[in-house]
Design a protein around this ligand. Structure first.
Ligand SMILES: [Fe+2]
Length: 261
């Protein structure tokens, strides 16, 4: 990525120099973080990927303190060179991929209310921080994110291409499973922030497929209920090594669509 791209992302007016205002968190916010943390954490030693569990220790998340992005960034920058960038909720694709292509993970800073513990229309910081940040300590994982975002930026004007790449993001970063020492484990953040889907995704009920770029890119996903299919990687390196294939299959699917129209 050229310096020009860097300047473009970090001076983007949509970011409005946003920061986490830690002093503004209320007692209810701390309570919500604690309840969600204590509800989900005990499930994870047997369910989450080792890289995630190690990551939780590295970033020092605890039930009693809402994640503090300043402290977190110090740790992440030292570990993988990544950092968290505060964004105003859901953001446009170009900014989303632009940030990640520059090693910045977009995150909201607001927490759901007590009456929304189980249902949310858009991700809050419990999802963005608790579920995503620990894995930002894993080098293969972040390298994959950075390069996948680079591919997306090349095609940012083409909604079909972005949709195909979003399927990869969705079924890996958000809803991916990994096999570790013969056991199925969760690394997808969409699963990790849901106690219900953690249990469901590892059960016999949904289908589990070996990681397959072409299969994923041909599969639609939904946002309003549990997935019924999950793809299982063998390692984070496998994700990174699949990038050339992602580009290849993308080009193929784009030209197939062009030939049809
Ligand atoms: Fe997410």
């Amino acid at each position: 990525m050229s310096n020009q791209a860097k300047d473009w992302v970090f001076s983007d007016p949509r970011l409005k120099k946003m920061r986490q205002d830690y002093a503004a968190y209320t007692e209810e916010d701390f309570k919500v973080w604690k309840i969600l943390f204590e509800r989900q954490m005990p499930n994870l030693p047997k369910a989450a990927s080792k890289a995630y569990l190690e990551g939780v220790k590295t970033v020092k998340f605890t039930a009693d303190r809402i994640a503090n992005f300043e402290e977190l960034n110090e740790i992440l920058l030292k570990t993988t060179g990544w950092a968290v960038q505060v964004v105003p909720g859901l953001i446009d694709d170009d900014l989303f991929f632009g940030l990640m292509n520059n090693k910045r993970f977009p995150s909201s800073t607001w927490l759901r209310k007590m009456e929304q513990l189980d249902y949310l229309e858009e991700p809050d910081m419990f999802h963005d921080a608790f579920a995503h940040m620990p894995l930002l300590t894993n080098q293969h994982y972040v390298d994959f994110l950075e390069k996948l975002s680079g591919i997306a930026l090349k095609h940012i004007q083409d909604p079909w291409a972005i949709q195909l790449l979003s399927r990869i993001y969705w079924f890996t970063i958000e809803f991916g499973l990994i096999r570790e020492e013969g056991e199925l484990r969760v690394y997808g953040a969409g699963i990790l922030s849901s106690a219900g889907e953690t249990k469901f995704s590892l059960s016999e009920e949904p289908k589990h497929f070996p990681y397959d770029v072409r299969h994923i890119m041909s599969t639609e996903y939904w946002k309003d209920r549990f997935q019924d299919k999950y793809w299982v990687i063998d390692s984070y390196e496998q994700l990174f090594n699949s990038l050339p294939e992602i580009e290849e299959v993308l080009e193929e699917m784009l030209s197939a669509k062009e030939a049809k129209s």
